[in-house]
Ligand binder design. Structure first.
Ligand SMILES: C[S@@+](CC[C@H](N)C(=O)[O-])C[C@H]1O[C@@H](n2cnc3c(N)ncnc32)[C@H](O)[C@@H]1O
Length: 249
């Protein structure tokens, strides 16, 4: 089980929190400008409507949970207690019962939802088995005709192809320079800067196309409607990631 990365996120949530929500959600500051269009994209893919109940698993500090709460009837977020406690402090209008602390894989949940979001989360799991368990458990909580979006999933082959491309090499070079510049100025650059002496999770899953196809096949066998959509180049390494849109018939 990928407890190390989950606890590392919890540590950063406490240390950085809303001081830098981009870093707390393991993004880089240069990605910030893309967040509004990503939110729009999530809303469209989940076909969000005002009658919807939505569950956001791995909601972090609520980067998507909070804005989505204005477009849905009811939203519930799940994450490490250090994220959840901060949402409770900063967003007092949010009902406490709708903020659940804990590892999703260990939680006992009963309520069902029209829409479920798992965004930028599954690559912090430890194996294909855990990935399937995570998605399977989410699907149990999905109502009939509901939609689950497993979004922002990095794909190994797409990442390799990007890093080997001319553009990828240029990006890597610029990225390293930016990192040095931030270090010199003592600016926050990435989540790694805040892990202190904490152990990095070495057993994280590597999601490749074969694994993705295998999961798609299994879901289709269970009669789910599955679409895999590659991200377009919204951000520089955007097209290394995919979204899985799963509909319950
Ligand atoms: C990269 S952040 C993404 C946060 C948010 N979904 C977003 O896109 O801004 C990954 C989040 O997944 C959470 N997470 C990872 N494994 C989890 C698990 N087993 N149960 C609940 N949350 C989990 C982490 O704590 C972290 O907040």
């Amino acid at each position: 089980m990928s407890e190390i990365s989950f606890e590392n996120f919890g540590h950063v949530a406490k240390k950085v929190g809303y001081r830098n929500i981009t870093i707390s959600s393991s993004r880089y500051n240069f990605q910030e400008k893309h967040m509004p269009s990503i939110l729009e994209n999530i809303k469209n893919k989940l076909k969000i409507s005002h009658d919807d109940t939505l569950l956001d698993i791995g909601c972090g500090l609520g980067l998507f949970l909070i804005p989505l709460s204005f477009f849905c009837k009811n939203v519930v977020g799940i994450d490490h207690k250090n994220f959840i406690n901060q949402i409770k402090i900063y967003f007092k209008f949010f009902k406490s019962k709708n903020l659940i602390s804990g590892n999703f894989l260990k939680l006992k949940l009963k309520k069902k939802f029209d829409k479920i979001l798992i965004y930028s989360v599954v690559h912090y799991l430890s194996s294909e088995k855990e990935f399937q368990k995570f998605v399977g458990k989410a699907l149990i909580l999905l109502k009939k005709k509901g939609i689950l979006l497993v979004g922002d999933v990095p794909i190994q082959e797409y990442e390799k192809a990007f890093l080997n491309s001319k553009e990828g090499k240029k990006y890597y070079h610029q990225f390293e320079n930016l990192k040095k510049k931030y270090k010199k100025k003592n600016f926050d650059f990435s989540i790694v800067n805040f892990l202190d002496k904490r152990m990095k999770d070495k057993n994280l899953i590597n999601i490749d196309l074969k694994m993705l196809k295998n999961i798609e096949k299994k879901l289709k066998k269970k009669k789910f409607k599955v679409k895999i959509l590659r991200h377009n180049k919204i951000s520089i390494f955007g097209n290394t990631r995919v979204d899985l849109i799963i509909e319950k018939r």
